[in-house]
Every structure is written in C-alpha cells, then in structure tokens.
Design a protein around this ligand. Structure first.
Ligand SMILES: Nc1ncnc2c1ncn2[C@@H]1O[C@H](COP(=O)(O)OP(=O)(O)OP(=O)(O)O)[C@@H](O)[C@H]1O
Length: 225
C-alpha cells in the first residue's frame, strides 16, 4: 500500500539575509491509518514540517507525496484543492469564525468543496457535532463554548470533508488536563476506529505516547523515528 504521506529528502530554507534552515533532509513514510506524533525542542522545526506535510508551504528541495502522488511543481490552486479534499487541520488556537454559529463553522469547508447539497451539509455537520457530544451547541457562537468544546468543534470542522489525513499542531496545547484527555482520545479513535492518518505536533507527553509512532526532531532533522 502507498504511504498516506511520504517525504523524500525534504529541506526548507528561508532566503533571509542569512538563510534559515527550517528542516533538513526529512525522509518519512507514514502509513494509512497510522497515528504519528512529532516532538522536539522549541525551534526544532516541528511546525515547519507540519506546514510542509499540509501543503501550506513548499520545500526548497525534495518532495512531499500524498497517497503516492507527488505534489512537486503543483500550482497554488492545485495545492489548495488537494488540501481541501484530502487534509484536515487542527491548530492549538481553534481559528473558528467568531461571527458564525458552531454548526456554520463546520459546514463551511463542505460548502467550499461544493459536493453536497445544503441539506446534506447541514445533516453532516449535525452528525459530526453529535459524534463529539456537542450536538446541543450547534446554534451557539464559538465564544459561548468552553475551550474543550471549541477544540472539538475545530476537529469536527477538520473532518467535514472526510479527509483521510488529519494534521494537528499542538491540539491540546491550550487545554486543561481533562479536555486534553478527551481530545487525545478523539485522535486515538480517529486513527484506530476510522482508519485516518494522523500527524500531530505536540509537547504533551501523554499525547505523544498515545501515538503509534513518534518522530523526534532536533535542529530541523529527524533524530528518532
Ligand atoms: N519566518 C521565519 N523567519 C526566520 N526564522 C524562522 C521563521 N519561521 C521559523 N523560523 C525559525 O525556524 C526554526 C523552526 O521553527 P518551527 O516553528 O518550525 O519550530 P517548532 O519546533 O515548531 O517550535 P515550537 O515548539 O517553539 O513551536 C526556529 O528556529 C524558528 O525561529
């Protein structure tokens, strides 16, 4: 089976006055359904790597493959289309739109993709919110929810278009222990029960330990994998 995500000699250098190497010669194969945590000291390149895996940034050298398909040389619009269809993102700060209801926030990616009718979109949003036990919260605005509930909405939104891959940057970074446990269990369930591929950057050792595999970065390079 093709890896869900593969990097081949991925290096990203920022061309500043003094060039900054964010990550260097990263070679990873992440299998479908695998749950991988990415750890490392502050500044070791974890977020930079996640941005590259998520096609939000492009390598200076090397290539990122999604489902065996190289993304090298794709135009911005093609990368955006791939992201919308195949990838879901969860960040430490939820980035929900404050002026929209919780349900509308979850509906947005589906409306953007444009494959379902408005009725189907509403139903799927309601199902997702139910799945995360926040079905009652749909008509509220994000700021009327607790931090843990908001992060569950952000996860529901990331899943809206049924992506095979979820990329998360410190998904429990902003949560208390109880909510961190809930969110960690959600990620475990997504990989184990739903067969999703999960890559999550984390400083949370419980979260890192819950993954199938840990990739540890030091100075922009894979120190352990
Ligand atoms: N735009 C930029 N200009 C200059 N240096 C940058 C830029 N973006 C990132 N860096 C540097 O690149 C390195 C990698 O950053 P990155 O955010 O990927 O690290 P990280 O491991 O995610 O860190 P943290 O755990 O603190 O979030 C850091 O040393 C950072 O200071």
């Amino acid at each position: 089976m093709e890896p869900a995500i593969e990097t081949r000699h991925v290096t990203r250098i920022l061309q500043e006055a003094v060039p900054v190497t964010l990550v260097k010669d990263i070679n990873l194969k992440i299998a479908p359904g695998e749950f991988v945590s990415v750890t490392g000291p502050s500044g070791s390149g974890k977020s930079s790597l996640l941005y590259l895996l998520g096609l939000l940034d492009v390598p200076t050298e090397g290539e990122v493959l999604i489902d065996g398909q190289s993304t090298a040389g794709l135009e911005r619009a093609e990368l955006a289309a791939l992201r919308l269809e195949k990838l879901g993102f969860v960040f430490q700060f939820h980035f929900l739109l404050p002026e929209f209801s919780v349900a509308q926030n979850v509906m947005l990616p589906m409306q953007r993709l444009g494959r379902l009718s408005e009725k189907e979109i509403k139903e799927r949003a309601a199902e997702l919110l139910d799945y995360f036990e926040i079905g009652e919260q749909g008509t509220k605005r994000p700021d009327q929810l607790s931090g843990g509930q908001r992060q569950r909405v952000a996860i529901a939104r990331a899943l809206a278009n049924n992506p095979k891959i979820i990329l998360a940057d410190e998904p429990t970074g902003n949560l208390d222990t109880k909510n961190s446990d809930i969110v960690r269990d959600i990620f475990v369930r997504l990989a184990r029960d739903e067969g999703m591929t999960v890559v999550a950057v984390t400083h949370d050792t419980d979260f890192a330990d819950a993954a199938d595999r840990n990739v540890h970065l030091v100075d922009g390079m894979v120190a352990r994998s």
